[in-house]
Ligand binder design. Structure first.
Ligand code: CIZ
Length: 323
């Protein structure tokens, strides 16, 4: 009997063959987020950030989409692809940041600021997206906020990304939500100082979900998609990467002559790492766990996503992932 929790080299080779067969049988595509385990990214048909993956899902001819990421990402894929079966291999793979806001609390906040526009980071539930005027990702948050006519913006749920946007768009009044990513805030200022001392020639790239004192020490602040573009174009040979550890897999693969370091080994999202090759095989075999969004919520949430895509453009979205 298969053990989905097991992960060793020999067992993984057997699982890869099993997954390839099941994929054919189901006419499925496997899409994986940049923060997934190395061996999961290795079998991906498409890998990238959540927006690029959802857009790639729209373009696929597959009947089944196995989304290796966390729940809000599979929800976005389902919102944009209601006719396809979207599977999340581990149903418990959630996002603590997305859980830091509910539609009820957002409705109360909107009442406090009646003239404000609501911008929600994609790391939010379908219900929260449905209550928002427009969605954004870490790669386009600044552009999205700049595109709005309202001066007051309720930005949910990540306060660090919201603060970063405020620093780039001083003409707006960003009303922050007290949410944060428990993985990114594990990087401390001391970790960065120490890493810079150990690797004095390295360029420092940080994700905007990191805390402001960490961002202040970065040479460049960008999304995961932006990191691939930046590293490729940079003449530097070494980089300190302040985001979830899974990023190093593809950075290293695409840039074999460059070196990458994490500022701390604590940059591991336990939810992202729940998905193993065993769970992917289990998912394809049993067609579990299907992620579906109720029609009334889906239509409203899709409006927020479509409005974002209209600002940034489909072409640019595709370029985020490099596909
Ligand atoms: O949107 C995503 O995929 C996340 C969570 C981060 C990023 O910067 O790509």
């Amino acid at each position: 009997m298969m053990n989905p929790e097991k992960s060793d080299l020999k067992y993984n080779e057997m699982l890869k063959k099993k997954i390839a067969k099941l994929k054919q049988k189901r006419n499925a595509v496997i899409i994986t987020h940049n923060y997934q385990r190395d061996e999961v990214q290795e079998i991906a048909d498409i890998s990238g950030d959540s927006l690029a993956l959802s857009q790639a899902a729209v373009r696929t001819d597959a009947d089944v989409i196995v989304f290796c990421g966390v729940r809000f990402m599979a929800e976005s894929a389902s919102i944009l692809n209601p006719d396809k079966m979207v599977l999340l291999p581990v149903i418990e793979a959630g996002c603590p940041l997305a859980d830091m806001i509910t539609p009820e609390k957002l409705r109360a906040k909107k009442k406090e600021h009646p003239g404000a526009a609501v911008v929600c980071y994609v790391n939010s539930s379908a219900e929260v997206k449905a209550e928002s005027d427009i969605a954004c990702t870490s790669s386009n948050a600044v552009e999205i906020v700049k595109s709005l006519t309202e001066k007051d913006i309720i930005f949910v749920p990540d306060k660090n990304l919201g603060r970063y946007v405020q620093s780039q768009v001083p003409e707006k009044n960003i009303i922050l939500w007290e949410g944060f990513c428990p993985t990114h805030i594990r990087v401390q200022e001391e970790d960065m100082v120490k890493a810079k001392k150990v690797h004095p020639d390295a360029e420092v790239i940080a994700h905007p979900e990191c805390s402001p004192d960490v961002l202040a020490l970065a040479d460049h602040i960008c999304s995961t998609g932006g990191m691939f573009t930046y590293v490729k174009a940079s003449e530097a040979k070494e980089f300190i990467i302040s985001t979830e550890s899974g990023m190093l897999y593809k950075l290293q693969k695409e840039n074999p002559d460059k070196k990458f370091y994490l500022p701390t080994q604590n940059l591991v999202c336990a939810n992202m790492k729940l998905i193993t090759l065993g769970w992917i095989a289990h998912s394809l075999e049993n067609l579990v766990y299907e992620v579906k969004v109720a029609d009334d919520v889906r239509e409203k949430a899709k409006r927020a996503l479509d409005r974002m895509l209209a600002v940034t453009g489909e072409k640019k979205g595709a370029a985020i992932a490099g596909y």
